[in-house]
Design a protein around this ligand. Sequence first.
Ligand code: GLA
Length: 698
Amino acid sequence: MIRRTARLAAAVTVAISSIVVVVAGSAGVSQAAATPAPGPITAPVMGWNSWNRFGCNIDESLIRATADALVSTGLRDSGYTYVNIDDCWMASTRDAQGRLRPDPVRFPGGIAALADYVHARGLKLGIYSSAGTATCQGLPASLDHETVDAQTWASWGIDLLKYDNCNNQGRPAVQRYKAMGDALKATGRHIVYSICNWGLDEPWVFGPDVGGSYWRTTGDISDNWGSVTSLLDQQAGLETFARKGFYNDPDMLEVGNGGLTADENVAHFSLWSLLSSPLLLGNDLRSVSASTLAILRNPDVIAVNQDWGGAQGRRVADAGDQEVWAKPMSDGSVAAVLFNRGGAAATVSTSAAVLGLGGSSSYTVRNLWTGSTSTTAGAIAATVPAHGVTMVRVTRAGTLAAPPASGTLQVSDLPWLASSNGWGPAERDRANGEQAAGDGGTLSVGGTTFAKGIGAHADSAVHVYLGRACRTFTAQVGVDGEVGTNGSVRFAVYGDGRLLGYTAVKTGGQAPTRLTVSTGGYLTLELRVTDARTNGIQYDHADWGAPTLVCGTTGAGSFVSDRTWGTATNGWGPAERDASNGEQPAGDGSALTVGGVTYPKGVGAHAASDVTVPLGGACSRFTAVAGLDAEVGTSSTGVTFSVLGDGVTLWTSPTVTAGAPVALDVSVAGRTNLRLVVGSAGSVDYDHADWADARLIC
Ligand code: GLA
């Protein structure tokens, strides 16, 4: 509900501001164009923050010494460039002009001078406030002072704001965090916006829409193993919300603070890296030990953190104290953490297929902490110390298997590379009976029954080999009728580990949602069901109704949003890459959402729109899901989508209205130029038209 309200509110604001720009004329437009957006960042932020180790015991000499230490230890050159001052930097009152000022005892030289000092060393300076009347330590904070505070920080040369949630007066989070996001943006300075509201009010949904680059998902970390594992457990189910430039934040690092053993430090750092978390050091860098530095500077592990292969790391197997977490890398390999939570050394086993690979006759496995390399036919196992990890990067190294047959195929008829399931096995053509294979009833979602399909139980994953020969996947998904109105899950589909699309939360009793994705060029597909992060996995009987692949078109997949475009015209603002249309400057849209499914990739247009994509005769098919973005609710009178190749209309949709997207799969063989055209069916108001998951096979 929060999400819907926020999106509608955003749409209304945008529509009003559209009118303002038209009336204001060119002066208003050019000023907006000169203002850089506060985000996105290109990779998780790396740096240091004062809070974990020093609390309020900070001053300007500590900040200077830390900046010097970042340089002398080599940490800066490893990528740690932000020096972030947390709570307690400000004086207990504002100045006569209502501006925040630094504590005169702790920071007598002022923050601007500190920013100069830090910048001179190739570093950046971050600062802290709260979206409340006072910070968590009772000092002046920024609620209702957003504009003046943002301008003060910009004038000092601040590069990042961590914005806390204490003393918020019970006012709505979205409003409070948006006010600061807007104020930061209005300064014209690129200030990274870190949202710290402890995982309340779904910051993973509203964070990107208010200008945030990352958002805390939990309460505070503390320097002990129980805290680290408790925060880790709260990350499961949030993996779909991270995308390039926007990250979940499970809180800052405690590595080197003394409360964790050597193995626990390695585990904490490995897992946070795999989660694509910001890497914010929380220890005293003036006296950092060689062993702590060796952890923090491991280039192979940092590379896992900084790489965007299409999804953050996530738990792929959970056998009590032994867990496996995996993250796809952009080169097609997979980084994995074999994690032993137990109090004694144990063997943790998995396979290349469970990690999201599979289909190769052999794999190389590189240990990222020892540097050793081995070869396997698929099995991966290690003896892992108590509270420890083995972290590896696995790469396909052998001959690929033959692809599935051509034609329209049911996933329940195909061999599976691997499957895992919350209760009992994932069933073929039956619902999940929770125990033995075959003990479930007929697949049934919201009164619709399916003869073919998969009966899963969260958390569940089914891996299928595509051999780069299939172009679309579609299924009707939802919670099985056998659990009544119980159960709450999300369905997600991954291609070669990359997130392709995910549903809103589905609960018992709802009609099925049509989940369609483009699959061109992928070697593997993963059908995943996660608990909706509300009430555990009880009753989470999740059905993939008629999961269907269309196969027989071999080639490399290529997102339209990653290609060079020719001419592109659009009704409001530019047509956006991998975001909906925000109506104003480039990059102002939200996650593409059509028909209850959110897509990380695609084109966000606004009628009337016409985007040309040069193909050079090299591509065979174009696939996408075309629909009105959820952010406009039912306000649009409808749109039509057309695909043209070299001036010839190849496909035209009927009038598409809210909540009823259409999937398309069009031959573009031999065409030199693709044109994606959106027209209005009535008024152009609210015609936010998405070419979701728009993909070519070339
Ligand atoms: C909250 C935040 C912490 C830290 C303190 C400072 O607890 O979650 O990360 O910033 O406030 O008071």
